[in-house]
Design a protein around this ligand. Structure first.
Ligand SMILES: Nc1ncnc2c1ncn2[C@@H]1O[C@H](COP(=O)(O)O)[C@@H](OP(=O)(O)O)[C@H]1O
Ligand SMILES: [Mg+2]
Length: 204
């Protein structure tokens, strides 16, 4: 199991073909600003692919689950998990809804979005961005900024299971368990684009 705070303290186990990535508090800035958009993230990686995951936003009472190749959403009230309902991405409308970080924007992101017909931009914190694409509330989440694997793996699992995709700027699937990278630290992600029912334009 690889967890954000453990990794920060230098405790990183050898990773096998299958391992868990955990971020107990994703969206620290959201947590501090009390807007509720922080999450607890657990993902199961199998040979580099996020095959199962849970994203839980305790302050909002929203739970998203990827399991068995399908994605689900549930409400959590008073600690009780309500009925799971299946979620899926939507076919992208002519004017898409883009989603992006509340606290980590970039000029590159704006330039990339300029190549689409964007009808609305929705800022959101943490891994909730993947989940909003997964349930068809948004179509595109370009992230041209740094993240770590534990920030993205669970949301990525939910989005893939809902019919979407997460690709690097050259269009290849975002992979996990990245160690000994030539230009970045272990578990650091490259820039990526998460998409629902559209094929994202290559970014380079
Ligand atoms: N320069 C950087 N390097 C690594 N991760 C970064 C980063 N800037 C932002 N992040 C990650 O982006 C996450 C927040 O994303 P967003 O802005 O989309 O909500 C943060 O998660 P934490 O809140 O768990 O630290 C943080 O890990
Ligand atoms: Mg995080």
């Amino acid at each position: 199991m690889v967890a954000e705070e453990e990794a920060a303290a230098g405790r990183v186990p050898a990773t096998d073909d299958r391992f868990f990535l955990v971020d107990p508090l994703d969206g620290t800035k959201e947590f501090v600003s009390r807007n509720g958009e922080f999450t607890v993230n657990v993902a199961l990686i199998d040979k580099g692919v996020p095959v199962a995951g849970v994203v839980y936003a305790p302050a909002l009472g929203d739970l998203y689950v990827a399991a068995g190749g399908r994605a689900f959403q549930a409400r959590v009230e008073d600690g009780a998990v309500g009925a799971l309902s299946a979620i899926s991405t939507r076919a992208a409308p002519a004017a898409i809804t883009a989603i992006g970080s509340r606290s980590h924007g970039s000029g590159e992101t704006e330039a990339y979005l300029g190549r689409y017909n964007v009808g609305a931009f929705r800022p959101a914190g943490s891994s909730l961005k993947f989940c909003l694409v997964a349930c068809g509330e948004a179509d595109l989440y370009p992230r041209f900024g740094r993240t770590m694997e534990w920030d993205t793996a669970a949301g990525d699992a939910v989005l893939r299971a809902a019919g979407g995709k997460v690709v690097t700027t050259d269009g290849s699937p975002l992979l996990y368990g990245k160690r000994n990278q030539p230009t970045d630290s272990d578990f650091a992600n490259p820039y990526f684009i998460a998409a629902g029912g559209l094929d994202p334009l290559p970014a380079n």
